[in-house]
Design a protein around this ligand. Structure first.
Ligand SMILES: [Zn+2]
Length: 318
C-alpha cells in the first residue's frame, strides 16, 4: 500500500458572459454562417470587430461581411493537442487574412502535418453543422477545395446573440501528505484522526504534519470525538450549478471535542435559521457501504440536543 493517497480533482464552472452589441453581432453572424468584421475610422476591416475604434475610441457601428475564404498569414503547429482545443488531432493555429478584411483572424487549420501548411496558402472556413452563436461555430479552417463552400442559408429569425457560456475546468491530482493520508484512511474506518503537537499540546484535525503555531513536527495520533460545537457558520441562500442540497442550508465550522482547530462541514436536520454559535452537533455518517477515503463519508452534522456550549469553551477557536 502506498504511504500516501492521491485523487483526481476537477474544479469547474460555467462562465457566463454578456457579449455586448458588437461581439454579439459577430456571433450572430457565425450562427447564420457569415463572418462579420468591423470597419475602423482608419479604414481597416478587423475580424472579429473591435468593440471600440482604436483611434477615435467610438463604439464600432460599421459592420462588414467578409468572405469565409482567405490566405494564411502566419501559423504555428500544435503537435500534441490538449483537451478542449479545437481539434483532437495535430493541427495548426493560423492567422488567416479573410478576403475583404485587412487584419488576420486566428483559428485552427485542419491539415495532417506541418508540411501541408504554408504562409500564403488559401483556406476556407469549415462550418459546424449545428451552430449556436459561438466561436466554435467555425469548426476550423481547411485548405480551399475545388468545391466551393456552400453559401450561407437564410438569416435566422432568432434573437441576436447577447451572451455566451464558456465552460472553465481545471483538472489536477491532489496528493495528500502522509499525515492527511492517515486522516483519510481513518475516515474509511469510521474514525476521525488528528495529531497532537508535542510542544504546545494543541490537536489538529485534519493533521498538518507540523504545528502551525510553533513548527514542531506532529507525530502523536489522536482519535477525536464525533461530537463538537458550531463556532461560526453561514447560511447558503444562493443556488449554483451542481449544488446537491436545496438552499437555504448551513455550512459551519465545527470544533470537535478534544480538537483545537475547527473544520468545515454541513449542518442539516435542523432549520437553517435555528443554527447558532455554540450549538452542539454530532457527525452523521453515510451508509457503511458508501465509505471511501474521503471526508464525504460524514454526510453532515446534526444537533445533539444538548445545551449550547458556553462561549468561553470555543472563543479561542474562532
Ligand atoms: Zn505546537
Amino acid at each position: 500500500m502506498s504511504r500516501t493517497l492521491s485523487a483526481p480533482v476537477t474544479v469547474a464552472f460555467d462562465y457566463t458572459r454578456s457579449t455586448g452589441p458588437v461581439l454579439g453581432r459577430f456571433l450572430t453572424g457565425l450562427r447564420d454562417g457569415v463572418v462579420v468584421g468591423g470597419r475602423t475610422s482608419d479604414g481597416e476591416v478587423v475580424v472579429p470587430p473591435p468593440e471600440y475604434d482604436p483611434v477615435t475610441h467610438a463604439a464600432t457601428t460599421d459592420f462588414v461581411e467578409v468572405s469565409p475564404t482567405g490566405t494564411v498569414a502566419s501559423w504555428s503547429w500544435v503537435a500534441e493537442p490538449v483537451a478542449a482545443q479545437p481539434l483532437d488531432r495535430p493541427f495548426a493555429f493560423a492567422l488567416v487574412l479573410l478576403d475583404g478584411a485587412t487584419r488576420p483572424f486566428l483559428h485552427a487549420l485542419d491539415v495532417a502535418s506541418p508540411g501541408d501548411v504554408a504562409t500564403g496558402m488559401r483556406v476556407q472556413v469549415r462550418w459546424r453543422a449545428q451552430r449556436t452563436g459561438a466561436i466554435t461555430d467555425i469548426e476550423c479552417f481547411e485548405p480551399v477545395t475545388d468545391q466551393a463552400a456552400p453559401p450561407p442559408g437564410p438569416r435566422s429569425t432568432l434573437d441576436p446573440v447577447t451572451g455566451v457560456v464558456t465552460p472553465v475546468a481545471l483538472d489536477y491530482t491532489y496528493a495528500a501528505s502522509p499525515e492527511e493520508s492517515a486522516f483519510y484512511r481513518g475516515l474509511a474506518e469510521g474514525r476521525v484522526l488528528g495529531q497532537r503537537c508535542p510542544t504546545c499540546a494543541k490537536v489538529y484535525v485534519p493533521p498538518r504534519s507540523a504545528c502551525p503555531a510553533d513548527g514542531t513536527p506532529t507525530t502523536d495520533e489522536v482519535e477525536l470525538s464525533q461530537t463538537g460545537t458550531v463556532t461560526t457558520f453561514c447560511i447558503v441562500n444562493v443556488p449554483f450549478l451542481g449544488q446537491r442540497i436545496t438552499p437555504p442550508y448551513v455550512s459551519a465550522y465545527v470544533l470537535l471535542d478534544g480538537a483545537d482547530i475547527a473544520f468545515l462541514h454541513l449542518i442539516l436536520d435542523v432549520p437553517a435559521d435555528q443554527v447558532r454559535m455554540g450549538m452542539r452537533v454530532e457527525a452523521v455518517w453515510k451508509p457503511r457501504e458508501e465509505w471511501g477515503t474521503t471526508i464525504e463519508n460524514i454526510s453532515h452534522f446534526r444537533p445533539t440536543g444538548e445545551p449550547d456550549a458556553a462561549y468561553d469553551t470555543y472563543s479561542q477557536h474562532l
